[in-house]
Design a protein around this ligand. Structure first.
Ligand code: PMP
Length: 447
């Protein structure tokens, strides 16, 4: 028996022994096409020579120096590059070890900002149903996934939830996408009026929803209206780009495609591309200045923040983006993936929706396309697809269960940005084979 406390206590895992490009290999040398990067992490694929080299060089010089005593060149350069590339005045980069830490930092900065500017009554956070912002208590507290929250609910910091922007499920008949987006965005205003707008610190949302809904972008106009409401009532807008940021949707920051700027953005996953654990909270000058000119101290911190080796790895990731023009590649291959998925699955009886942006795509699985009836949680559909796909040499990210009573199951795809046309063919072939095997075996069991 393994002494590792695996999160699925009873599901045996294969041992990954090496990675090369878009493939991972297990202890028997079986290859797996990595179509999800775990959870949208491995954007450069595996065994990238530039990142490997950058890590080695950094470790040989300086692996780590505590951020309370020193900064490092790698950390300074990374912050400079992220600030230069981030929209507008998102200029102040707080480097941490991952997504949840970045979100915790964002929530705490939002709160401290209002303490600094003498609005201490702003204590509420608003977020959306069907959202995920991390598993630490604060991040889970703002998350809208009831299943993930359930055991911990009594000990979570409270947050108020409004509707997700999820047109496939929630748009009314006769409503245009735009009208739908305005209606659900206006729920933020209604919630503010309920709570007293002067009592709300921030609204947090994922520009493209990842883990709890399967690559769902908002409809046009939604985020413009959200930004307008935040400005009107003086609360902060936190955009969580931990999964959809760092090029995944075809622009370095997903919010660029919404033509808005957050007050705080969080990134992680693709930033270290799996080579090092790293995340960042990037704050606007207004927020930074309030702290710098106020108490002068952001009352937060983690032992591994501003980590030199992790920063060197992330710098090499950003360098690879430039050198190999990977953002353009994401847009090109993203289109190729969307076309292949549509060709293969647009009339599939069990696939209700194909959506996403760039190399961040989701398929929603339904029992019936007309009624959009989801599969029941007891079918364990996600686990079966994951297992079958692995048996077929494909790593994809199926998720599911009933969330908020409606959502059902989906498969998330987030392959490395370096994926070739042939590998996209292989991905869709293996996915199609795996899905059909699972649906056939379920039909047989039901017969
Ligand atoms: N926010 C979002 C949008 C995420 O998708 C995730 C991870 N799936 C997190 C936060 C938490 O990141 P981490 O697992 O690195 O703590």
């Amino acid at each position: 028996m393994s002494q590792v406390f695996h999160r699925h206590c009873h599901t045996p895992l294969r041992t990954a022994v090496r990675g090369e490009g878009v493939y991972l290999f297990d202890q028997h040398n079986n290859a797996y096409l990595d179509a999800c990067g775990g959870a949208a992490v491995s954007c450069l694929g595996h065994n990238h020579p530039g990142v490997r080299q950058a890590i080695n060089t950094q470790v040989e010089q300086l692996a780590y120096a505590h951020s309370g005593f020193f900064t490092s060149e790698a950390c300074e350069q990374l912050a400079e590059q992220l600030a230069a590339k981030a929209p507008g005045d998102l200029n102040h980069v707080y480097l941490v070890s991952g997504g949840s830490e970045a979100v915790e930092s964002a929530l705490k900065l939002a709160r401290q900002y209002f303490v600094e500017i003498d609005q201490p009554q702003r204590v509420h956070f608003i977020s959306r149903r069907q959202s995920y912002h991390g598993n630490t208590l604060g991040a889970l507290g703002v998350g809208g996934n009831l299943w993930r929250r359930a055991p911990f609910d009594p000990i979570l910091t409270s947050a108020e939830h409004i509707a997700a922007c999820y047109a496939y499920r929630d748009k009314h008949a006769g409503e245009t996408d735009y009208q739908y987006g305005q209606r659900v965005a206006n729920e933020l205003e209604q919630k503010l009026l309920e709570l007293g707008p002067e009592n709300v610190a921030a609204f947090i949302a994922e520009p493209v929803v990842g883990a709890t809904a399967g690559a769902v972008p908002a409809v046009e106009g939604y985020f413009t209206r959200i930004r307008e409401i935040c400005d009107q009532y003086g609360l902060l807008l936190i955009l969580d780009e931990v999964m959809c940021g760092i090029g995944r949707t075809g622009t370095l920051f997903a919010q660029e495609q919404e033509q808005i700027q957050a007050d705080i953005v969080t990134v992680a996953k693709g930033l270290g591309a799996g080579y090092q654990p790293i995340g960042a909270m990037i704050a606007s000058s207004r927020l930074y200045n309030a702290v710098a000119n106020g108490s002068g101290f952001f009352q937060h911190g983690h032992t591994y923040m501003g980590h030199a080796t992790a920063s060197a790895a992330a710098l090499a990731v950003l360098q690879a983006f430039e050198q190999d023009q990977l953002l353009a590649q994401v847009r090109r291959q993203g289109q190729g993936l969307a076309e292949r998925l549509n060709q293969r699955f647009a009339s599939h009886p069990r696939i209700g929706d194909i959506r996403g942006r760039g190399l961040f795509m989701g398929l929603e699985l339904v029992q019936d396309r007309d009624s959009k009836l989801p599969f029941a949680p007891h079918t364990a559909l996600a686990a079966r697809i994951k297992q079958t796909a692995m048996d077929n040499g494909l790593m994809c990210y199926p998720m599911g269960g009933t969330i908020d009573g409606v959502q059902g199951h989906h498969v998330l795809l987030a392959p490395p940005y370096i994926i070739s046309d042939n590998q996209l063919d292989e991905l869709v072939d293996k996915l199609s084979l795996s899905l059909n095997q699972v649906f056939h075996s379920m039909a047989k069991e039901a017969a």
